[in-house]
Design a protein around this ligand. Structure first.
Ligand code: GTP
Ligand code: MG
Length: 249
């Protein structure tokens, strides 16, 4: 958001809300936090890029298809605080909202999601705050995705700040479904909403069985996993060392 738009937005919120924004009083404070959230996204995104690059070594395959990210807009932040009945303040914003920084990791196969999520969670500068597994337990409307709230340190010039980031892991099929469902949700006039909800649920079930079958197919032609491969590489290294020992003996 441009500064002048942000200022306009701030004064609008302040006019319409008495309890309003200490959050939005300080344009600078708000900007500072948005920068922090942007940096946190970069930290986490880099971790995924590193994992993807390492796992694709030796042509095994890329577990991650692509990554999307966004920092929540000022409008959405205010809207959510209002819906939650929370104060408008920088403190309240950082304490109550876990999804100001959001990353979506789109994988090809369901098992890639669990592999990559586990690898992220195990990194020693990452703290897992919360996990919601809507793959094992889909929402009643059919929504599937694996959500993780993590905390990551961001090193600024004089201090280390711990920042929460929401990571949503989805397969391509899950993402395809969620995008459509999201678009439909914001359409005002829909004929026969019950039928549409039933259709969407059916599509979610189809997407889910597609994921399962694609995973099974992939498993049939799958090259060795990277874990097996690195075991092999270790064995090869040992063999090489042994051979060399033999040669020099
Ligand atoms: P929010 O207040 O919406 O952030 O939800 P929450 O705090 O209850 O957390 P949850 O993990 O359920 O959802 C977080 C985010 O996942 C949402 O902001 C959406 O981006 C996505 N999401 C959750 N449920 C659905 C759904 O039914 N459809 C779609 N398209 N997205 C969903
Ligand atoms: Mg959200």
């Amino acid at each position: 958001m441009e500064d002048k738009d942000l200022k306009k937005f701030i004064s609008r919120v302040m006019e319409t809300d008495e309890s309003a924004p200490d959050l939005l009083h300080t344009l600078e404070g708000f900007r500072w936090y948005m920068t922090l959230y942007h940096c946190a996204i970069r930290e986490v995104q880099t971790k995924f890029e590193v994992l993807n690059e390492e796992l694709s070594l030796g042509n095994v395959r890329n577990p991650i298809d692509h990554i999307e990210s966004r920092v929540k807009s000022a409008e959405s932040i205010v809207g959510k605080l209002r819906r939650m009945g929370c104060k408008f303040s920088l403190k309240s914003m950082t304490e109550n909202l876990n999804d100001i920084a959001g990353i979506r990791v789109i994988c090809q196969y369901v098992d890639d999601i669990y592999t990559v999520a586990e690898m992220l969670g195990k990194q020693d500068d990452i703290t897992i705050i919360n996990i919601k597994d809507y793959i094992k337990a889909p929402k009643p409307n059919g929504y599937r995705s694996y959500h993780m709230i993590v905390e990551v340190p961001v090193f600024f010039s004089n201090k280390k700040h711990f920042v929460r980031v929401e990571v949503q892991f989805r397969t391509i099929a899950m993402d395809f479904w969620a995008s459509l469902e999201h678009d439909i949700r914001y359409k005002k006039e829909i004929e026969n909403p019950e039928l549409l909800a039933a259709d969407l649920k059916e599509c979610a079930d189809i997407a889910s069985s597609l994921d399962t079958r694609m995973q099974m197919l992939r498993d049939r032609i799958r090259p060795k996993s990277s874990a097996d491969r690195s075991e092999n590489q270790k064995e090869e290294a040992v063999e090489t060392t042994a051979e060399r020992t033999e040669r020099t003996a």
